[in-house]
Design a protein around this ligand. Structure first.
Ligand SMILES: C[S@@+](CC[C@H](N)C(=O)[O-])C[C@H]1O[C@@H](n2cnc3c(N)ncnc32)[C@H](O)[C@@H]1O
Length: 254
């Protein structure tokens, strides 16, 4: 069994997310199959259950399947330079059928990256770098073959809620600075239903929950935004989370 007692609370969320995806994959009514998550999850002791843990597990399942569809469409549409911010123990690119031409860069803390290298099957196209988000993103990408003149697909799943204060604004600025025309960004934002749930059980540590309205109003003008807001699902109330889908427009011809 892997000892993850040395991880801090934010880093532990990466293990919890992995365990929840594995649990979804084992359900008869599953939204997706994820054998890599199942195999990796078997290396960890089970996470104690509670009503709120079960709700979060369902949020992660729904969020994962909604994002999988959008990521597959974007990759099929030609976006093959992919950067995952706060990749955690993400298994998306073993779960999805990724063309061999796609180049994936995963960024996270050193502790989570070390764990990922130990427990997840390595994909040849996936590269991991250590980055403190948002300040270390540029430096980390500079170590790779990342090309800021190519359109990029950015994935920011389950991360904003862990960034204190207004750091999400700096992350938006870093992503914008590195995004060529036709880039896309898929960003998850916890919804208004969450503070009510957390009030019942404050064991989930979110230093600041930025509101979707605030985030959308601060999106740099280079982007066109679309928002998907989750409906009721299993025990999860409506508006538990949203996916903010950003598309960077072509440069003007004039
Ligand atoms: C809930 S997990 C989500 C992981 C992954 N995106 C997924 O959906 O499975 C949040 C991840 O964000 C990372 N993270 C949060 N804040 C960070 C920061 N400031 N710098 C680096 N990583 C951070 C954590 O280490 C953790 O792996």
């Amino acid at each position: 069994m892997f000892d993850w007692s040395h991880l801090n609370q934010v880093e532990r969320s990466a293990v919890m997310t992995l365990l929840w995806r594995a649990a979804e994959s084992r359900r008869a009514d599953r939204l997706f199959t994820d054998k890599a998550a199942e195999e990796a999850a078997a290396l960890f002791p089970p996470w104690p259950s509670s009503p709120l843990v079960r709700v979060f597990a369902d949020i992660v399942s729904l969020r994962t399947s909604e994002l999988d569809r959008r990521v597959s469409d974007a990759v099929a549409g030609g976006l093959q330079q992919i950067v995952i911010i706060g990749a955690g123990l993400d298994t998306r690119f073993t779960r999805l059928d990724l063309p061999s031409s796609a180049i994936v860069t995963e960024l996270d803390s050193e502790a989570v990256n070390d764990l990922a290298l130990k427990v997840l099957p390595k994909l040849p196209a996936v590269r991991r770098e250590v980055a403190l988000i948002p300040g270390g993103v540029t430096q980390a990408l500079d170590k790779t073959s990342y090309n800021r003149n190519r359109p990029t697909l950015w994935i920011v799943e389950g991360v904003l809620e862990y960034l204190p204060g207004q750091l999400w604004k700096r992350l938006a600025a870093v992503i914008t600075e590195h995004s060529a025309p036709r880039s896309r960004a898929l960003i998850t934002v916890l919804g208004d239903a969450l503070p009510r749930l957390l009030a019942e059980d404050p064991t989930f540590p979110f230093p600041d929950l930025p509101s979707l309205t605030h985030i959308v109003s601060a999106v740099p003008s280079e982007w066109r935004s679309e928002v998907f807001t989750s409906a009721r699902f299993r025990e999860v109330p409506a508006n538990a989370f949203s996916i903010l889908s950003l598309s960077r427009s072509e440069p003007r011809a004039d």
